[in-house]
Design a protein around this ligand. Structure first.
Ligand code: NAI
Length: 431
């Protein structure tokens, strides 16, 4: 197999004055690339600056016969860094967004300055350099972006809220760049490195730092940057000689029509069961899945011949059924033994104008506009004029008097209504 060469390619490595970035720059140059060695040359906490770090790496590359130029700008000024590539080598093909600093503190102690600085170097920096290179990539229909994320972002890390947030941001940036760039042969991936460097000295003992040489991460970055690599929008991990891929998976989950918080609680196991979980390639795919679930639920509801309460009906009683529905959510326990279905036929005094069903038989108990579901029969059917129903519900009309006066017609189990009104009175709930 041929070796992976970068002859004629121009590679920008940010933060290449030390640690991981230095090893990338040196390796790209060994493989024929012209390299822009960017480094601000400051401390690991993002203070001060110097030219010495970038210069030293450029000297190392040149001493080995490679081609490199230094750039000392902070990554937030991506245009200047890309300009160095264009002015000196006439093009830019690869960007390795690697520059980084730490401001580790517990969340309680993080200051706005710590937060902003971390965002500026990691997230804004990657944005800024990539943004400046993007028009060149588009024009030449070629580009490779490697963003440096971190396990601290992927899995969380005590004392690194600012850093973790910025590093996860880089994964979102890469995924979206990948989607936008694909048709122009511009690919973007993220890496999760683990390596001994001045940054990890604060969180790893020295002997471990020695075992995790930055050089172990380098081959992954070089491969991802090569024109033959077709990976796009993915996350890869490397450290101590181990290489792998990290993907997110989404549970099969559960579609629940008109769900209440109680339904979520009761279905929690099914909602969170990761058996059969699926990986999605883009947010668009996830949205499509959600929309298809929503339309299935809608279709199901239509087939069952009901619409959610209070949505389309303009009869006055509709609002009361909505209240009934809300009351039911809070009092489902009180009516769980009734196992009944009540059909309300609402009239304008003469003809029917709406139907509502109170289902206390099938879980989750609910009130919906429309007839009783197919295959079910009402335990009790009430026929009442819209205005009278309002009067009854607000206590202005006595149910017995209404019944005697023929304003309230009841078919089926009349005792059920008494049970319901006793419960409603006790709890002051609308049932
Ligand atoms: P490092 O401190 O040795 O290298 C970072 C380089 O970035 C330094 O040379 C520094 O001068 C430069 N830099 C800092 N701010 C800059 C700015 N505003 N503009 C230009 N250059 C700037 O650290 P290391 O470990 O090599 O880190 C490289 C990248 O890998 C960082 O983004 C870091 O967050 C990330 N990373 C490292 C891990 C590790 O285990 N070493 C783990 C996960 C992520």
């Amino acid at each position: 197999m041929s070796s992976l060469r970068f002859d004629g390619r121009v590679v920008i490595v940010t933060g290449a004055g030390g640690g991981l970035g230095r090893t990338y720059a040196v390796e790209f140059a060994k493989r024929g690339a012209k390299v822009v060695v960017n480094d601000l040359g400051g401390t690991a906490h993002g203070t001060s600056s110097s030219t010495s770090m970038a210069d030293k790496v450029v000297q190392e590359i040149r001493a080995a016969g490679g081609t490199a130029i230094a750039n000392y700008d902070s990554v937030e000024f991506g245009e200047k860094i890309v300009k160095t590539a264009i002015d000196n080598y006439g093009r830019v093909d690869v960007i390795v967004n690697n520059a980084g600093i730490l401001r580790d503190k517990s969340f309680m102690n993080v200051t706005e300055e710590d937060w902003d600085l971390i965002m500026k170097v990691h997230l804004k920096g990657a944005y800024s350099v990539t943004k400046a290179a993007w028009p060149y990539f588009r024009k030449q229909q070629y580009g490779r972006v490697i963003n440096t994320s971190s396990n601290s972002g992927m899995y969380g890390s005590f004392g690194q809220t600012n850093y973790a947030a910025a590093k996860m941001g880089l994964i979102g940036l890469s995924h979206s760049l990948a989607l936008e760039g694909a048709k122009y042969n511009i690919f973007a991936n993220s890496i999760l490195p683990t390596a001994g460097s001045r940054l990890t000295l604060t969180v790893m003992p020295e002997e471990i730092v020695d075992m995790l040489k930055p050089e172990y991460v380098t081959p992954l970055v070089v491969f991802l940057a090569h024109e033959s690599c077709q990976e796009n929008g993915n996350v890869f991990e490397a450290g101590g000689g181990w290489y792998g891929q990290v993907q997110s998976y989404r549970s099969v989950g559960k579609a629940i029509a008109n769900a209440t918080a109680e339904n979520i609680r009761d279905q929690w196991k099914a909602i969170t069961d990761m058996k059969g979980a699926k990986h999605f390639e883009s947010g668009k795919e996830v949205s499509a899945d959600i929309i298809s679930c929503a339309s299935e639920l809608k279709e199901q509801a239509e087939q069952e011949g009901h619409k959610p309460t209070g949505t389309t009906s303009n009869v006055k009683s509709a609002a009361l059924f909505k209240e009934m529905s809300d009351g039911l959510k809070d009092n489902a326990n009180l009516v769980k033994n009734l196992k009944a279905i009540v059909l309300y036929i609402i009239t304008d005094g003469k003809k029917e104008i709406a139907r509502f069903t109170l289902d206390l038989k099938n879980q989750p108990f609910c009130v919906y506009e429309g007839d009783v579901k197919k295959g079910e029969k009402p335990t009790t059917t009430l026929t009442v004029a819209d205005d009278d129903f309002v009067q009854l519900s607000t206590g202005k009309l006595n149910p017995q008097k209404a019944f005697m006066a023929g304003k309230l017609k009841v078919k089926g189990n009349i005792m059920l209504l008494q049970k319901l009104s006793v419960i409603a009175d006790k709890k002051k709930a609308k049932l």
